[in-house]
Design a protein around this ligand. Structure first.
Ligand code: NAD
Length: 479
């Protein structure tokens, strides 16, 4: 499938007619080409976005809301097609794309279609001074949205929906590794009646197309989700330009399991929080800490449960683990397995590539459990972002809190316990942006989403997202 840029409501080839191969990770084969866009394509997208802005920013909230709802409906209507495209492009099980990725992309549009009609600004009466202040929340203008490959349409739309709901015009770039559903979104937006130029989708490499969006002096804000190193690089570029910046970056999240938890529920959820989407979710609990008194039992039961996961053809209904997203990523993940003893770990389960019938060149890897005995080892300090978790025991609350916090990342944490006081203490003292207690990845789209430390700056979700994409302007009137 060959795809094109979506600029000013039209599909167009890259101006320099340069293309990049797109791989199908389930088969390891090239199955299409995507534009290798350059600065010139970004400039074209910018011109379209800039000229659409005056009209879009003064379009009524009801109208914007109707168009966003229509996009949501069309995504739901085209769910089977979008889910298959996502699986082919990313390698994730089709069941997952159908149940999570595509419904969530629709929900992102529907949520912000509703939220924008409820988003209000403040008024402050200066009592005794005969003055009234009111604060406008105005759209920024042209903004840039850059997203990664792990949850392609899900994360792409999570940025675009609040940006356009609040009246901005967007230049968006999906990951070059998973561009297809973003391409299909262009068609949907046209069908939904989104005016030309409100959303412009430019495909290509991060270092050229992505960087051109970041560097463009007319782009007022960058909303970025991706790796920590890329985030730091972008921050260095935009800081002296004083752009608004939201960074959702990597994670190395602790999953803390106390003996008093609801054991069976913890066990099944821990299998998911470890290996969903081949472990390629920034929120996966990749460091599992288990209270010593249940450590041996957990180890045995966890290995048994994980051994039942089925690695295979992602289009097959019974598959729970599909292909990793790309060959370089598979090689990166494998390098941790190849050096496991040097890094201080012992493989308890997995560690091998899997050959899948008729998909022999696909990027399949067993879910892998590694036992470690030092939280400072590379396996516990570096984000692997694949189907690998480490496990280690702990004795006291202080010890596990210390290990949970002793890492450069601070995205999320999971805690399993039925002790309320302990829940309150740990939740308060853990250094992450989000904590799930006795559950994992239960999402309410109104809540602030994001991390601390090397996991990023700023929050997405709910009104936080709308605040990011608007500038507060205070007006003080003396009467
Ligand atoms: P990446 O940083 O390599 O790429 C992300 C996006 O940035 C891609 O679209 C890429 O083309 C673009 N990009 C790369 N270099 C750029 C540059 N110089 N200027 C502008 N854009 C550039 O990340 P990835 O490998 O696609 O995604 C995996 C990472 O994303 C992991 O670290 C994961 O934890 C993180 N992630 C974080 C969250 C979160 O919400 N915190 C969610 C999902 C993924």
């Amino acid at each position: 499938m060959n795809i094109k840029n979506y600029i000013n409501g039209e599909f167009s080839p890259p101006l320099l007619d340069d293309w990049i191969d797109n791989y199908n990770p389930t088969s390891g084969k090239v199955y299409g080409q995507i534009p290798n866009s350059t600065k010139e394509d970004v400039e074209k997208a910018y011109t379209a976005a800039k000229s659409a802005f005056p009209s879009w920013s003064s379009t009524s909230l009801e109208k914007r809301s109707q168009i966003l709802s229509k996009i949501a409906q069309l995504i739901n209507k085209k769910l089977p097609e979008l889910a298959r495209a996502e699986t082919k492009d990313n390698g994730k099980p089709l069941q997952l794309a159908k149940a999570i990725d595509i419904p969530r992309a629709a929900a992102n549009f529907q949520f912000f279609a509703n939220a924008i009609t409820q988003f209000t600004s403040d008024a402050h009466e200066s009592i005794g001074l005969d003055a009234m202040n009111y604060t406008l929340r105005q759209p920024l203008g042209v903004v840039g949205c850059i997203s990664p490959w792990n949850l392609p349409l899900y994360l792409f739309t999570w940025k675009i929906a609040p940006a356009i709901a609040s009246g901005n015009c967007v230049i968006a770039k999906p990951s070059e590794i998973t561009p297809i559903t973003a391409y299909l979104l262009g068609e949907i937006c046209t069908e939904a009646g989104l005016p030309k130029g409100v959303l412009n989708i430019v495909h290509g490499l991060g270092t050229t197309a992505g960087q051109a969006i970041v560097e463009h002096p007319g782009v007022k804000a960058i909303s970025f989700t991706g790796g920590t190193e890329t985030g730091a690089h972008i921050a260095r570029i935009v800081a002296p330009m004083f752009k608004k910046l939201s960074l959702e970056l990597g994670g190395k999240n602790p999953n803390i399991i106390f003996a008093d938890c609801d054991y069976e529920e913890m066990l099944s959820t821990t299998v998911q929080s470890s290996f969903s989407n081949q472990g390629q979710i920034c929120l996966c609990g990749s460091r599992i800490f288990v209270e010593e008194s249940i450590y041996d039992k957990f180890k045995k039961d966890f290995v048994t449960a994980v051994s039942k996961l089925k690695v295979g053809n992602p289009f097959d209904d019974t598959t729970t683990i599909g292909a990793l997203v790309s060959k370089p990523h598979l090689e990166k993940v494998m390098s941790y397995i190849e050096n496991v003893s040097e890094y201080g770990g012992k493989i308890l389960f997995g560690g091998n590539r899997v050959s899948v019938n008729n998909f022999e060149d696909g990027y399949y890897l067993q879910p892998t459990i590694i036992e470690v005995n030092d939280n400072q080892c590379k396996l516990n300090q570096e984000e692997i972002f694949g189907p690998i978790v480490t496990i280690m025991p702990f004795n006291t609350e202080e010890e596990v809190l210390d290990m949970a916090n002793n890492v450069s990342y601070g995205l999320s944490a999971t805690l399993w316990t039925n002790d309320l006081k302990r829940t309150m203490r740990i939740s308060k003292n853990i250094h992450t942006g989000m904590i799930w207690v006795n559950t994992w990845l239960l999402r309410d789209l109104r809540t602030p989403f994001g991390g601390t430390k090397n996991s990023g700056v700023g929050r997405e979700g709910g009104f936080e997202g709308l605040r990011f994409f608007t500038e507060p302007k205070n007006i003080c009137i003396k009467y």
